[in-house]
Design a protein around this ligand. Structure first.
Ligand code: 5GP
Ligand code: ZN
Length: 113
């Protein structure tokens, strides 16, 4: 499958991993928008949030659990951080493998724009 994040999961494209378990992988964004910018992805290929099914509920919960863990590990849990999921073209989605951005390490600006 021609999916850059599936290639990161299988290891054919390198990444700077920050967290991994059976179902979820997290790695530093290649073009960080803030001092902390990590992408959290399911190992299962799901294109967008629109494609999440009811049975993926535990997987989505694992993504958020990973986010909490990583925020603490990287020292932004108390200062604060933002979780972002871009969906399709108007949402700014570029990579069509579900991912949550964990962004922090600085005071973030307004959300909308
Ligand atoms: P999107 O706009 O789809 O929500 O975000 C995709 C993100 O993936 C972007 O922030 C981009 O910098 C990041 N990205 C794209 N290709 C790679 C890659 O090969 N490695 C890593 N680590 N990040 C990538
Ligand atoms: Zn994929």
């Amino acid at each position: 499958m021609d999916c850059i994040f599936c290639k990161i999961i299988e290891g054919s494209i390198p990444s700077r991993k920050v967290y991994e378990n059976e179902h979820v992988l997290a790695f530093h964004d290649i073009q960080p928008a803030a001092p902390v910018h990590v992408l959290i992805i399911p190992k299962k290929h799901i294109a967008t949030m629109n494609d999440v099914q009811a049975e993926d509920g535990p997987l989505v919960a694992e993504i958020f659990a990973a986010a909490r863990h990583i925020a603490k590990e990287l020292g932004v849990d108390e200062s604060g951080y933002r979780l972002v999921n871009n969906v399709n073209a108007d949402g700014g989605q570029v990579v069509y493998h579900l991912h949550v951005h964990l962004i922090g390490g600085k005071k973030l600006g307004a959300l909308i724009g």
